[in-house]
Ligand binder design. Structure first.
Ligand code: GSH
Length: 299
């Protein structure tokens, strides 16, 4: 049977959002712990070099980035939707803001108060991969804190009319992504109630979703599972795309992160990029990325 496997670590904010998404949807899953710094050889065997967290594996379909993970979760189990009415899919844009513009301010708050909260190896990793050199990053923390607070004030004001969740009476993707940043700031002692009692109550409601039914797997189990299965998610190249099926391409995140993944293009649309690649440890895998925020170039 094809399994739903989340590669993550407990402190990962994006990982937390996806654990809650699995809990909310009631999808049972396997939990594979990955390191919080590179190298991540087992993860790279699956992804081809993408080492961010989380990654979702379904058999030998591999989903890099929470945007394609939630899209896939919606297809596995439509209800409850991560995009409840009346906000509907517009919630994706709030989720995206929280995972991009509002994320770095949360990182600043979480890591900046006490630089020793993380190891030297962690700072070195983040410097190499994300340009987060502590000499440059830490002086930005006061500004990042103002941005975190300004974003939190938006959440507070959006909830001021007494609604239970950001889009109305039902929880969705947007809530999970906003919540993850407030939780992350908790590493430095910040509290949801810093933004008032309505934000604190909203936070507790999201917390109470839990992670659903899951069991721990080793990284080796996940790789063996990929070897034993074949990719199944349907993909296609949209008409008018600048690339054709079978083109050798590289996919790289729009960021200082030098990591890229190379393979044969088999899917391209406004929402998703899919490449096929092979690794002896996992066999043939289809690696999926969101189109938004990724650079596709000929390899
Ligand atoms: N846009 C990505 C961002 C993922 C991301 O930046 N994750 C952080 C952890 S929460 C990460 O990978 N940090 C580096 C690492 O864990 O090695 C997504 O939505 O999944």
């Amino acid at each position: 049977m094809t399994q739903v496997i989340l590669h993550h670590y407990s402190n990962s904010p994006f990982g937390q959002a996806m654990r809650l998404a699995l809990g909310l949807k009631g999808i049972s899953w396997k939990s594979v712990e990955q390191p919080d710094i590179a190298p991540k050889p087992e993860l790279s065997a699956l992804t081809g070099g993408y080492e961010r967290i989380p990654v979702l594996q379904i058999g030998s379909d591999v989903y890099c980035d929470t945007a394609v993970i939630v899209d896939r979760l919606e297809t596995i189990k439509a209800e409850p939707s991560l995009y409840p009415e009346p906000l509907g899919f517009a919630g994706r844009m709030i989720a995206n803001w929280s995972g991009s513009a509002w994320f770095m301010p949360a990182v600043g708050v979480a890591l900046g108060t006490d630089p020793n909260i993380v190891s030297d190896a962690f700072w070195e990793d983040r410097t190499t991969r994300f340009g987060m050199n502590p000499q440059k990053f830490l002086p930005m923390v006061p500004h990042l804190t103002t941005q975190f607070d300004a974003g939190g004030a938006l959440v507070r004001d959006a909830l001021a009319d007494g609604r239970a969740y950001i889009g109305g009476e039902q929880v969705g993707h947007a809530d999970l992504m906003l919540y993850m940043n407030i939780r992350f700031a908790g590493f430095a002692g910040r509290k949801p109630s810093d933004f008032g009692h309505k934000v604190a109550a909203w936070y507790d409601r999201i917390d109470a979703l839990g992670y659903g039914e899951f069991e721990s797997w080793t990284r080796e189990q996940a790789l063996n599972h990929a070897l034993e299965t074949n990719p199944t998610a349907p993909v296609s190249i949209a008409e008018g795309s600048p690339f054709a099926a079978g083109d050798l391409v590289s996919v790289k995140t729009e960021s200082p992160d030098p990591a890229f993944v190379t393979g044969q293009l088999i899917g391209l649309s406004d929402r998703q990029i899919t490449i096929q690649r092979h690794d002896d440890k996992v066999g043939d895998v289809h690696v999926h990325f969101p189109r938004l925020g990724q650079i596709v170039s000929p390899a």
